[in-house]
Design a protein around this ligand. Structure first.
Ligand SMILES: [Zn+2]
Length: 337
């Protein structure tokens, strides 16, 4: 059983807004890359989102913040958002567009923690709390993360690079620290069930807990819960195998320039999966440059240079609505040859 921890989902058709949803296996948690049209995501999936990464604030990347806000408003929730320079003020403007005179009566604590990245490796942070009518509160950024690292947890980290799209635009990469495979046949041999407890096991392995740590193994059947405990060391030896973690990258809305290419290749090097815009056909490269986007061929070149394993083309210009396959083929040919 080798299902990776991170389950990617491209939310929309490539001719619609680019949105990448990364679901965590066995956790009620997900990451979201860009916040354009997210109506195709069922609310239960939106409610799992813990962190949102906004490449830039053109409408097709940020418009559905309002929809998200509406869904989470009465929830007990903290959501972190990351964006380019100026992002905190833009988020504040969005929140200021509504009247919040009744929210002090709400008994839930909804909060947004916004971080904006700056080219000098500095970042700015602000807090917006529902009970404070979403007024902007300065937050000291005490993180000791290296430049470009947005999140570092035992199971994974997220890094960014500030790219150029006429305005600053962020590219992202997510790296799983280790991939833990569970042998399904050995689970069966030991009469152990499949289920969310495997996530606790994986987390215990990733955080290097002592071998005698008891792991609770449980399952629910006909409304009844069965459980037992086994030591981590035994489970680790008998049913798991670790391998290098998965790396997933997301690149949209950038111009083809030497500086962008260098930064991207460095960021996404060796990705197992690259979601990258292939907005224009290469015969329209001039128009792509004018509009600060990549052609399919340029995207393929970048992926090849970065030693990516698999390229997934996204963010197609509507002008090619009848040439979907041509865009895909152009990108894949440049990538493979
Ligand atoms: Zn854009």
């Amino acid at each position: 059983m080798t299902k990776p921890l991170l389950q990617p989902l491209v939310v929309n058709d490539p001719f619609d807004d680019p949105v990448l949803y990364l679901d965590f296996l066995f956790q009620k948690r997900a990451l979201l890359f860009d916040l354009g049209d997210i109506r195709a995501l069922p609310p239960r999936k939106i409610l799992r989102i813990s962190d949102i990464f906004i490449s830039h604030t053109h409408m097709d990347h940020f418009a559905d913040f309002d929809w998200l806000l509406r869904l989470v408003l009465r929830r007990e929730k903290k959501i972190r958002l990351f964006g380019p320079p100026g992002f905190i003020d833009q988020l504040e403007h969005k929140l200021k567009a509504y009247s919040w005179n009744l929210v002090h009566n709400y008994d839930n604590n909804l909060a947004f923690i916004a971080t904006e990245l700056h080219p000098n490796a500095a970042s700015r942070q602000a807090l917006f709390r529902c009970q404070r009518a979403f007024s902007q509160e300065h937050q000291e950024n005490n993180s000791d993360l290296s430049p470009g690292v947005l999140i570092a947890e035992p199971a994974f980290r997220v890094r960014t690079a500030i790219l150029d799209h006429g305005i600053p635009c962020l590219g992202f990469t997510i790296e799983e620290s280790q991939h833990i495979n569970i042998w399904k046949n050995r689970l069966q041999a030991l009469s152990l069930p499949v289920g969310p407890w495997l996530h606790d096991l994986k987390r215990a392995i990733l955080t290097q807990q002592p071998d005698d740590t008891p792991i609770r193994i449980w399952r629910q059947e006909n409304g009844k819960k069965y459980q037992k405990y086994l030591p981590l060391g035994l489970l680790k030896r008998q049913i798991s195998r670790t391998s290098p973690g998965q790396k997933i990258s997301y690149i949209v809305d950038i111009r083809y320039s030497r500086s962008n290419c260098q930064k991207i290749v460095e960021l996404i090097q060796g990705s197992h999966l690259l979601f990258i815009e292939t907005t224009f056909l290469h015969k329209d490269a001039e128009m792509a440059a004018e509009k600060q986007h990549l052609t399919a061929r340029q995207a393929g070149w970048i992926a090849r240079e970065a030693g990516v394993k698999k390229l997934v083309p996204i963010n197609f210009s509507p002008r090619y609505s009848d040439r979907r396959q041509t865009l895909v083929t152009e990108a894949q040919e440049a990538f493979k040859n």
